[in-house]
Design a protein around this ligand. Sequence first.
Ligand SMILES: [Zn+2]
Length: 242
Amino acid sequence: MIAWRQGKRVNRILFFITALFIASCSPVKNQAPYPVAENPAAVTGEIASGYFSRPHRRPKIVIDAGHGGKDQGAKSPHVKDMIEKDLTLSTAKLLDRYLTQLGYETIMIRTGDVFIPLDARAEFANANTPDLFVSVHYNSAPNKSAHGIEVYYYKEENERSESGKALAKVVLDNVLSSTHAKSRGIKHGNFAVIRETRMPAILIEAGFLTNREESKLIEDPYYRNRLARGLAQGIREYLKNH
Ligand SMILES: [Zn+2]
């Protein structure tokens, strides 16, 4: 009798332990998407549909706004005071907001107008051991008719390079659908930030400041917002499948 009672008690305890275990294993969904008032695309809600459920660790993404400080990057001959370092920062901040909304952890290489050497950017990224690295740039060319978007990865014989290529492809596809820009394809690039980093890494050249029509588009914050949204959607698609 005593043994039976004890058995019952043990059963009850086991039941509670099992219930607690099941509860703790259930994936916790993110909270409902919250609008970001000053973000034009938040109004559309297009990106809010695929919120990331995160029973485990959140993927970490390093966002690199190209240039900064004394390194101004490209300049537009068509739009006054249009400088690459400002546009990369503005786009990187929008991307940061989208990725944060999606539930990812983000780290920005710079959040202000400061000069950071390329090797320091890569070292900083490596020290933070992110899952992905994305560098944002705008393009220029002597040929003023050159336009469109291209995404670079660093080619070498390893898994990181293969992942970088897959990331470049899915990001380009998504950015093209969100901007309707011309595709210049994915390319090998020997840029320090994608060469010296140790995680899958891409560098996007998101349009030409030297092309009259494209520079007018890039000047528009709504267009840059569409760019950032496409970037974030591409990153999300990559992370879902890898
Ligand atoms: Zn650049």
